[in-house]
Each structure stands twice: as structure tokens, then as C-alpha cells.
Design a protein around this ligand. Sequence first.
Ligand code: PEP
Ligand code: MG
Length: 592
Amino acid sequence: MEDQESQEIILNGIGGSPGICIGKAYLVDKEGVDVVKKYIVRESFLSAEVGRFKTAVKKARESLRQIIDNTPEELRQHAQILETHMLLFKDKMLYDRTIEVIEKERVNAEWALKKVVSLVKPMFENMTNDYLKQRAEDITHVADRIMENLVGGDHVNIARIDKRVILVARDLSPAETSQIQLERIKGFVTNRGGRASHTSIIARTLEIPAVLGVGNATLKINNDDIIIVDGGAGTVVVNPTEQTLLATEERREQYEIHKALMVRNSYLPAETKNGQRISVMGNIELPEEVVSLLDHGGDGIGLYRTEFQYLSRTDFPSENSLFENYKDVIDVMGHRPVTIRTLDINGDKAVNYIRDNQEPNPALGLRAIRYCLRKPDIFQTQLRAILRAAAYGNVRILLPLISGIEEVEQAFEQIDEAAETLEKQGVAYKRDIPVGVMIEVPSAAVTADILAEKADFFSIGTNDLIQYTLAIDRGNRHVAHLHQPLHPAILRLIKGTCDAAKANGIPTYMCGEMAAEPIFAPILLGLGVNELSMNPQTIPVVKNAIRSIDTTGIDGFMEEMMRLTTPNAIQDLLAHQFGSVVPRIGISEQER
Ligand code: PEP
Ligand code: MG
């Protein structure tokens, strides 16, 4: 017991998703090459080992050939990079040398491959020619594919984990996180990532506790260590003492009781004490989340992030599969609004079958609407599916990452074209639906008066608006403390957007994570946001907060707040004025 107590360590990170879980750690190593073990192969087995390597190369080539063949016509020209990879599989430096190392050093194929890559890669990296430098990346991709076949399966086998565990990883991509099976994974801890990252958002939607940005979690935590993940506090306790375990269990129960109480009242409308009513909607990534959204009292879907249907696949989905997916959601939602956002891929949501998405600055690259306008076929497929599904319910379209009016006009043209095609084909559809613009790029907020003339509504995406306005990578733990929704620049942009919308007679909604912080509700009501949308799990908490607010005389408070110069001063005023009715300040200590 002495020993065990002395081993307890506490790691601090960023609270990604609230809740507490206790369980055994399960380390997943994304860059699987690092966990490769070396062993000596007996002389008589050497040719079998070489054969194993050749089979792994063959399988890797076949799967890559399949990807190339499935690349849609419009992307074919970019498939040439993959053709280069096909050649590299049999490259002398990689293929022949690996076989040579297996035979000469009598080692296993994984180790030989790893050794050869570590020798060859720097040769390319040190070249002055940019094109050749780039080949270092290609070598890594090709070697990774071979390694996957040698070690048997994907590096991150999240979908295949069959024990009740807590995942510990250097990083998890949004696609990987969306594979998490709730009955197996209790929570997760990552070295990288921030609260506004998509990984964090998905964890909140899945309602599993998560701590991100721990820095050294994969070094400090070993497989099978007992760990406590507190997603609210942003802490991880490794090898907790019995005393810590008992205290945590008590806190966990308290948390669950509090949550149950909130959920029980979630069917009540979000109406302030003085009778101001506001819709509280849910953000979803997958159709299955609709049930949870309704269970948590959501008034509709304020944001359907449709890109997840494009991730974790080998090819673009068909119009029919998209249509079925949207219709399933619409059928469950009945008359309630369903806001379908058009594809927001790339950035941190890279699709692995698009091979031309290696951009130096993905967040500033060919993302979202920019990608869709560049690839009209892909856009048309989705728009037709949305318009067809719209015939069955109360659908809105939402355009992501708009930076100026021309993109809105082009998107409207695309929507009209989709409708015309359906009309000609005699397929049932509905074109007369609201089309809104996401305000998540500073230029859109600044030109909201121009955009309001075309848009039917605005939806403010604070995750990206904060990222781009304050120049903070939303997934980078080192700058997570600068992710400040109460920064005067952000509040001014929100105010300007709401004012422009009001002047043009259109509503402003908010679907970024700022909407999910109960303490911000008074400000958002005061600024004139007409509807809030958030991860379903938070709906009851925000509804509860709204019911305890009185917005009489809020204009005076807003004027005083807008004169303040720092986020801290604004936070203090907010806590002073509304802290008693909304006691829980949602942002974690690390982020303030
Ligand atoms: C946002 O940027 O605030 C938003 C809601 O979109 P996403 O988080 O999907 O980028
Ligand atoms: Mg966004």
C-alpha cells in the first residue's frame, strides 16, 4: 500500500468533455512505427520472414490500387501522387534494402523496415530541392502502409478494442474519436488538443469524459495503470490511492445526480424570468445522436455537421446514401428545424481518400465552402440530397466558412442548379427553404450588413471565429488559454453581426461552443442572439440557466460590458451580475 500511494501522480490538461471516469488505461500508438519490437530470426526462418515482408508490400499495393481506382473522376489528376507511392513500394532503397537488412542482420521485417526508413528519410529531408524533400513524406506514407500489414491492422484500432478501458493517445483525430464505441471506451486522455478542437466537441457529444492537451500522458501512463479522468477539472490521476478513489467515487455520484436533475427538467422551455423565450437546439455529427438530442430537451438541430459521413470511408458517399441519412434525421425530428450544414471537410477534418489535401496551413486552406465551390460535382451530390430530404420536414441549409458575399452568391447558384436538375428529373424536392451563412471568419462578421441582404439567417460559429480573430489554433494546447470568448474583439464581432441581421430583418443563431457555456447566456441574449445550439449533453444546463435569468434592464449591463477592455474584467462583471443565478462557470481553470 505504501508503494502504491507513493506512485499516485496528477497530470494537468484541458477539460475537453465533462464527467468523471475511473478505469484501466489503454495506450494507443498512432505512429505505430515507434512501438515496433526487434527480434532475431533463426536462419531457417529467414526466407519466411522475407516472404512476410513481400506479402505485406503486396497487400499495401493492392489496397492503394483500390483507393486510386475509386478516386472520383474530378480528383483523378491528383491521384498521381498515389501512383508515385505505388512505385516507391518497389523502390530499391526501400524494398531491396529492407530485404537485405532482414537477411544480413537476421531481424524481423518490422524492425528492418523501421531501420531502413530511419536511414533513407533523412537523406531526402536534407536535400535542398523541395520536390525531393517532399519524398521523405512519401516514404513515410508508404512505409506506414506496409507496417500496417506487418503488425496486423490500423495503428489505432479504436473500433476493435474489446475491453472497458480509458484510451490514452498522443492525439486522436475527429474521425478516430467518432469510432469510439461507448460500451467499451469510458473516456480518453490525449497529449495534444484543445477544448475547441473537433475531437473535444465529439467527446462532449458522446458524453464521455476527456482530458486533452496533457503533454506527456503517453509517457507518464502505462498500459493497465488505473487512472481517474476528470473532464470538468481537466485532470488525470495515475495510480490513485484508495483514499483518492473513494473521494472520486463520491464526486462522481454527485455529478451524476446533478446531471440527472438537469435532464429531468430539460423538457421545460428556455424562458427567462421576464418571459423572453429562446430556442435551445443541439449540434449533431451522426444521425444516432438525434435521440440523445431529444432526450436532452433540444428544440431542433441547430447544426448538423455532415462531414462525418465523409470521414472513415474509402470513397465519397452517394447521393442516395446522403439522402437516406438526412431523411432518417428529419423523420425523427418531425416538425422541428433541422439545420444541415454543407460539407466542412479539410482543415482538421481531413478525408483520407482526398490525396490532394496536404496543405501547409490546412486551417487557412481549401476547407468547407471553398472546397465545395472548387468541386461542384461533390457539392451538387450533397445539395441534391439535402433538397430531396427537405421535402420531408423543416430543413435549413447552412453554409460554412463564408468569407465574402461572392461565395454566398456562388453557393446560391449551386443550390438553384441542384433544384433545376431535380426538377428536370421529376424527383421530389423542396427549394423554398432558409439558407443561412455561418459567421466564423472575421471578414464575414465585419461585412455582415452585406451578407444579410442575401442570407436568410446567420449562425455564429465561435470556435472558428475565435480561432481566426485571435489567431489561435483551436487544437493547440499551448495557446488554449488565449481562446477567450469574452475578448472584446469577439463580443464586438458578435454584436455587429446581430445588429446587421436585425437591421435586415433576419435572425442570428449561434452554434459554436460559446453557446454551450451557461454563464454566457445573459450576454448572448443581451447581444440579440435569437437561438442557441450546442452539444446535446449541455442543453439541459443552458436551458436551466436561461430559466434563472431576468433580462429586464439588460441593455444597461450590456453597455457597461461593451466598454470594458479585457476578458477578465468582463468575466468579473458577468460573475458579479449573474454568477449567483448561474453558479457554474463552465470554462476550466486552465483555460482562464
Ligand atoms: C464553429 O466553428 O464554431 C462551428 C460551429 O463549426 P465547427 O466547430 O464544426 O468548425
Ligand atoms: Mg467552424
